[in-house]
Design a protein around this ligand. Structure first.
Ligand SMILES: Nc1nc2c(c(=O)[nH]1)N[C@H]1C(S)=C(S)[C@@H](COP(=O)(O)O)O[C@H]1N2
Ligand SMILES: [Mo]
Length: 162
């Protein structure tokens, strides 16, 4: 009998998956991200938190708000107010991960400046540039929550320890 060559499906280059405790886990390719209302960020200097090192100045990003995608996937609601203890983990292709709470995204001014960017200074971002880039425009030092090649947004509902 001939051996069967199992060819892995090519990884969708820039697919972003919303997984975990969403009502409807969703996957977005770049074209689908671009179909949502876009927001333009203000230019900023990328600076590392750990070293305070200046990395580079970044022209205005354009992208979709993280809250838009989360709302599309649906907040956890298997019990009332579960969303209030929900934490979102944004994970890059390389496993680099950062957190956002429901509160800061939906109930503070931070949320409106958290974008998943696919354009910078009017030019389309390429995979080599890190598209899609998650970026939190209100952070004091922007580099930590400037996640290149964002792969996943996970919704975790935390439980108090006792
Ligand atoms: N995917 C991914 N994004 C990331 C990181 C990472 O390790 N992986 N490191 C962050 C940190 S701590 C810094 S300082 C900057 C470094 O940006 P640079 O690689 O453009 O110099 O990227 C941020 N975004
Ligand atoms: Mo950093």
């Amino acid at each position: 009998m001939d051996s069967v060559n199992v060819i892995a499906a090519p990884a969708l280059e820039s697919a972003l998956v919303l997984s975990g405790r969403f009502q409807r886990p969703l996957s977005f390719d770049l074209a689908r991200l671009k179909a949502y209302e876009s927001v333009q960020a203000t230019p900023f200097d990328l600076r590392c938190y750990t070293t305070n090192r200046f990395i580079r100045s970044v022209e205005p990003y354009r992208g979709v708000r993280l809250t838009t995608l989360i709302s599309e996937a649906g907040l956890p609601n298997s019990e009332p107010v579960e969303f209030k203890r929900t934490v979102f983990v944004a994970v890059g292709h390389d496993g680099y991960a950062v957190t956002f709470s429901w509160h800061e995204l939906f109930n503070t001014p931070v949320g409106e400046n958290v974008l998943i960017a696919y354009e910078c200074g009017g030019r389309a971002l390429e995979v080599e540039d890190g598209v899609p880039i998650l970026f939190s425009g209100s952070d004091i030092l922007p580099a930590p929550r400037h996640v290149k090649r964002l792969a996943r947004i996970e919704a975790h509902v935390l439980k108090p320890l006792a």
